[in-house]
Design a protein around this ligand. Structure first.
Ligand SMILES: [Zn+2]
Length: 456
């Protein structure tokens, strides 16, 4: 009797342990299977660090990359160069994580069927246009930097070029190059870089001033070419004389902005930078961008003044700053940018991007006023004729880097037309004067965007 009871108990315990284990496995399977299947050591799915099967196309369906037996890039050499940083290279030096993050969708993995289309893989459609990427690459030439344009109503990135780049079918001797032509070539500058913004940061300062200095538009600011702080000074190249806020913004007058910085104060400026999120990292298709920087906690008055002019220790990430411009264009909130539009696998859509709109970063009135000011900049300074058929609003910047380096040329803004809701950023490293260098590049890229949108 005793022995039988003992055995029954033992067997019951075994069965319980077995059931427990099975339940644990099923739970793990349900929650983690897609991670196991697509883990980056998985040889069916990854080739080095990048996804190794399936097809990637641009927004029009033009094939950019086929991954079956190795990686076959576009037949067009310019397209191979202009899209490389979104596709990854053969050696895994350039990580294309925005696409790799959709590996499970590309594999058509689900819990019941497993990988049901592992032979050819799925088709990932990107939001970028090869035609626009190529126009951007031709306009940038051999210069380094990034140019990006996105639709602030939907979030689609039409263009995000990063240079230098190279042809993956004709790889140059990068390691042996001594001219510096390939410095930082593996970097996706749009996502991974942080730049000194220079005067494009006056957009942030102007927004802060419009919000917290009550009579700011009735005030005037006189520029004598220099504002002294003991032995240091904020300077302009010429004395701009007496100006309204709008005029000071159009003249990009440092001396006026030093006075405006004082009216705003450190605490307010820090609060606005945080509300506008301009120094925060942004996540695009699961990839976190580089962070910017705004820290005036230790800044002397002259340094604080420079921080409101986009110098001192200010840094911005191009993707994040472009998104801020999108929020201004959208009346205080804009769509968050993305580059993967949809994934199809085994005849069904396994992923489709959805527009996600940011939280409000500023009031509609302030956003509209900034739009007016930036529109005025284009009409009175940069030349409206550079952007036929488009109402462009913008601010230029020439960011000083110290030492012997030429300044970076910067340009940021947006298009007001209902049918072309585009926000943009242009960064040309050591490019000299902001508007002089960036306007001709942007002009070509925006007209390519317009042509693509007209054809859709
Ligand atoms: Zn001035």
């Amino acid at each position: 009797m005793n022995r039988v009871t003992k055995r029954t108990w033992m067997i019951s315990l075994f069965i319980l342990a077995l059931l427990g284990g099975l339940l644990f496995f099923l739970g793990e399977y349900a929650f983690k299977a897609s991670d196991w299947v697509i883990f980056s050591g998985s040889p069916h799915i990854y080739n080095g660090t990048n996804i190794g099967f399936g097809t990637v196309t641009d927004r029009s369906g033009e094939t950019l990359l086929v991954m079956s037996d190795g990686r076959t890039y576009s037949e067009n050499a310019t397209t191979r160069k202009s899209t490389l940083h979104w596709l990854g290279d053969r050696d895994g030096y350039i990580k294309a994580s925005t696409v790799s993050n959709y590996a499970a969708h590309m594999a058509g993995f689900d819990l019941v069927n497993g990988i049901y289309d592992s032979a050819g893989g799925g088709v990932t459609k990107l939001t970028i246009s090869a035609q626009v990427q190529n126009a951007a690459l031709e306009a940038m030439g051999s210069r380094k930097g990034t140019i990006a344009v996105y639709n602030y109503k939907t979030g689609e990135i039409l263009c995000a070029l990063t240079t230098p780049t190279y042809d993956p079918d004709n790889v140059p001797d990068i390691a042996g190059d001594e001219t510096g032509a390939y410095d930082g070539v593996y970097l996706n500058r749009f996502l991974q870089s942080a730049y000194v913004p220079g005067s494009i940061y006056k957009i942030v300062t102007t927004a802060a001033a419009l919000d917290c200095v009550e009579d700011i538009e009735e005030r005037s600011f006189t520029c004598y070419g220099k504002v002294e702080y003991g032995s240091e000074a904020v300077t302009c190249e010429t004395a701009h004389g007496r100006q309204s806020l709008q005029k000071a913004f159009a003249n990009s007058c440092n001396c006026a902005f030093a006075q405006i910085a004082e009216l705003i104060g450190k605490d307010n400026m820090t609060r606005y930078v945080s509300a506008f999120a301009v120094a925060d990292s942004l996540t695009i298709d699961g990839v976190a961008t580089a962070k910017g920087n705004y820290d005036v906690s230790q800044a002397a008055p002259v340094s604080f003044a420079w921080s409101c002019i986009g110098q001192y220790n200010d840094l911005i990430n191009p993707a994040r700053y472009m998104t801020f411009l999108g929020a201004i264009a959208g009346g205080g909130r804009g769509a968050e940018p993305y580059i993967v539009s949809e994934v199809e696998c085994g005849g069904s859509t396994t992923y489709r991007a959805r527009t996600s709109t940011s939280q409000r970063v500023m009031s509609e009135q302030i956003a509209e006023k900034l739009g007016e000011y930036m529109r005025n900049n284009v009409k009175s300074v940069y030349g409206d004729g550079n952007f036929p058929g488009l109402s462009v609003c913008a601010k230029s910047g020439t960011s000083q880097l110290g030492g012997e380096q030429d300044p970076n040329a910067m340009f940021a803004g947006f298009v007001q037309n209902e049918e072309y809701p585009l926000a943009f950023i242009v960064v040309v490293e050591n490019g000299g004067y902001g508007s002089h260098t960036c306007v001709p590049i942007l002009s070509k890229v925006l007209s390519a965007c317009k042509a693509v949108m007209d054809g859709e």
